[in-house]
Ligand binder design. Structure first.
Ligand SMILES: [Mg+2]
Length: 240
């Protein structure tokens, strides 16, 4: 019997690239107004390159992308001659602008309706590598728990997101379905732990070796029927 359904966020509940691009543009507009010294010295591209370099030199930040971005902004401000105290404050405010835009997402069709419906029958959770917080969105009211790479200091496909879910819910692996867009981070990772998996393959990509989802869907509207199929399979193979 299926008891728990977990969801990836980025590119599963919404498309993430346009959100990140808009958030970065808003961040740079904000910097232009409030920290012109930074924008005289850096371009969008060089700031991005600096952040990538920083993450390479600070492996402790690999899973903590919000902190990495904050740290990069603060470093850019210091290099532009802003004092340390002012840089910290400005970086805090800049990140508020960025994170507000990061949560300005447009859900894929049917997501709200399907999640609301599933909420009546299953415990719902979030397993994300990104820095979106489901509880900042109205949709958050349907979710009982959320694990992010930042909160765990670990990213899928490493097993910690899945292990924590087992601890949190007390469910057995065969009582859980994970839904996600990434064949390795979502499908293969959950499958290795014995979970059922549903691959949201919106662009009809080819499957990758080692990633064999229990089912594949293209649109969210297909999810309830797909879950019922898995329920039937689970019932036939249930342990006493
Ligand atoms: Mg994803």
């Amino acid at each position: 019997m299926i008891k728990v359904i977990t969801f990836d966020l980025d590119d599963t509940l919404w498309e993430v690239t346009p959100v990140l691009m808009r958030a970065e543009n808003l961040l740079f507009d904000w910097l232009q107004t409030h920290c012109p010294a930074v924008m005289q010295r850096f371009s969008i591209r060089s700031l991005r390159a600096m952040r990538m370099e920083l993450v390479k030199s600070r492996p402790d930040l690999v899973h903590r992308i919000t902190e990495a971005r904050h740290h990069a902004l603060q470093t850019a401000m210091l290099r532009a001659g802003i004092s340390e105290a002012a840089a910290r404050q400005l970086a805090d405010r800049a990140m508020e602008v960025f994170m507000a835009a990061r949560h300005d997402v447009e859900l894929f069709d049917e997501v709200e309706e399907v999640i609301a419906q599933l909420h009546g029958d299953y415990l719902l959770g979030v397993l994300t590598n990104g820095n979106a917080d489901i509880y900042r969105l109205p949709l958050g009211r349907y979710f009982s728990f959320a694990f992010s790479a930042e909160s765990l200091n670990s990213s899928k496909p490493m097993p910690l997101h899945f292990e924590r879910t087992l601890e949190k819910t007390g469910a057995r692996p065969e009582e859980i379905i994970h839904v996600g867009d990434h064949p390795e981070h979502d499908v293969a990772a959950a499958q290795r732990l014995g979970w059922y998996t549903i691959w949201l393959n919106r662009d009809q990509l080819d499957a990758i070796p080692g990633s064999q989802p229990s089912a594949t869907i293209q649109r969210f509207a297909e999810l309830p029927a797909c879950i019922r199929q898995i329920e039937l399979h689970a019932a036939r193979h249930a342990r006493p």
